[in-house]
Design a protein around this ligand. Structure first.
Ligand SMILES: [Zn+2]
Ligand SMILES: [Zn+2]
Length: 126
């Protein structure tokens, strides 16, 4: 799996923003992907790798949105299932309103511009 890039462009204020989805081919395992994780999350995942049996792991850049202000975020997300029943999945917070982010599953037109809060984004894949 290679990283997919796209850009959003606001038709109102003309702000553009770049997004990435997925992970590099060189990060085929969680051992390698762990380098991309931030602070506490990285420590927790390293500890799972050391002390537990990992069943499945999903990781890579993902598209999230704030359910309150509809702004898009692009964290390097991770979800680890281990020891048959345990799940580790960190939460991400909106930097504007502190609401827990959710995965963005709708078309880009449904989300808001970071700059002007207008809902006039269009998506350019490249
Ligand atoms: Zn805008
Ligand atoms: Zn928010």
């Amino acid at each position: 799996m290679a990283i997919k890039f796209f850009q959003t462009r606001c038709n109102k204020c003309h702000t553009t923003e770049n997004f990435k989805i997925g992970h590099d081919d060189s990060e085929e395992s969680l051992d390698k992907a762990v380098e991309h994780l931030q602070g506490k999350t990285q420590i927790q995942v390293r500890s799972i790798l050391r002390k537990h049996k990992v069943d499945t792991a999903e990781f890579g850049f993902a598209l999230y949105h704030c359910p309150k202000c509809q702004i898009l975020y692009n964290p390097y997300a991770v979800r680890v299932e281990y020891d048959d029943i345990m799940v580790f999945q960190p939460f991400y917070k909106c930097s504007v309103c502190d609401t827990t982010l959710q995965k963005a599953t709708q078309a880009i037109e449904n989300y808001a511009c970071k700059q002007c809060a207008g809902k006039q984004l269009s998506r350019i894949d490249y």
